[in-house]
Design a protein around this ligand. Structure first.
Ligand code: HXC
Length: 258
């Protein structure tokens, strides 16, 4: 497939998507989000891929939605065209996704990172939700996922001022990101983790992702029941037989994703 705003590569069992719209700081307009969804769906349905990494450039992960495309829009066409529907499609990806963030992750860029399952940040990363400066509010999870990641007071401060941003160390301390690396190490480290994940059974990985995400949706008792059922489900897989047999026989498991 020919893409114009992203670069798609495969590194062994890892799918890598690089946002590549430097002239607009990777602003998430129509074209780039369509391409992103297309590439993600390709990887999600590709048996050879076990995990996905989304990254930008050294300077910017993504500076948000494409503000220029907001000009002339009305409430009516925002509703009818539901331009943020791409974010629901990203949420539906079953394979684990890692955001490798360098530079700005603002507005929709911060939200895109939060749609991923793990975030690694480069030392110069900067996370923020400046939408209020445009007279709007975050629209793809900024008021929801950010609260869950870093708590109410910090999320309010970031979204209400539009100017408070988290640098990499602050994002680490707040729990928004898992680790901070030098700029040139973020992508390699992300791919390294993605390869570890990809070495597991894909079904177990998908069930794990689904169970952890369920914790955001339901009360504890219902979440525990969901987890129990998925745990039991895992016993129906070839990978479970292989994993347990490998342990007992002191060898490395070789998962078939069945
Ligand atoms: C469209 C953008 C853009 C954006 C930057 N550009 N961000 N175009 N949408 N979000 C363009 C600029 O217009 C400029 O192009 C070029 O990229 C370089 O940007 P500069 O501002 O000159 O760069 P710099 O001085 O380094 O400042 C970087 C920046 C700033 C601090 C990141 O660009 C900025 O504040 N951008 C907007 C951030 C933002 O408000 N994001 C939230 C968007 S709303 P030209 O050709 O004009 O020179 C949103 C809603 C979420 O995300 C909804 C869910 C997706």
């Amino acid at each position: 497939t020919q893409y114009s705003c992203i670069i798609v590569e495969q590194d062994g069992p890892v799918g890598v998507i690089r946002l590549n719209r430097p002239e607009a700081l990777n602003a998430l307009g129509q074209q780039i989000t369509q391409e992103l969804i297309h590439a993600l769906n390709g990887f999600d349905t590709n048996n050879d891929i076990g995990a996905i990494v989304i990254t930008g450039s050294d300077k910017v992960f993504a500076a948000g939605a494409d503000i220029k495309q907001f000009q002339g829009r009305t409430m009516a066409n925002m509703i009818k065209e539901d331009t943020l529907d791409w974010s629901s499609k990203i949420r539906a990806v079953r394979k684990p996704m890692i955001a490798a963030v360098n530079g700005y992750a603002l507005g929709g860029g911060c939200e895109l990172a939060m749609m991923c399952d793990i975030i690694y940040a480069g030392e110069k990363a900067l996370f923020g939700q400046p939408e209020i400066n445009l007279g709007i509010i975050p629209g793809a999870g900024g008021t929801q996922r950010l609260v869950k990641a870093i708590g109410k007071s910090k999320a309010m401060e970031i979204c209400l001022t539009g100017s408070v941003k988290l640098n990499a160390q602050e994002a680490l301390a707040a729990g928004l990101v898992s680790a901070v690396y030098p700029v040139d190490k973020v992508l390699p480290q992300s791919i390294k983790t993605a390869k570890i994940i990809a070495s597991k059974g894909q079904i177990a990985a998908a069930l794990t992702k689904s169970a952890i995400n369920q914790s955001f949706e339901v009360p504890l008792e219902a979440g525990l029941l969901y987890e129990r059922r998925l745990f039991q489900t895992a016993f129906g897989t070839e990978d479970r037989k292989e994993g347990v047999d490998a342990f007992v026989n002191k060898r490395v498991a070789k998962f078939s994703h069945l």
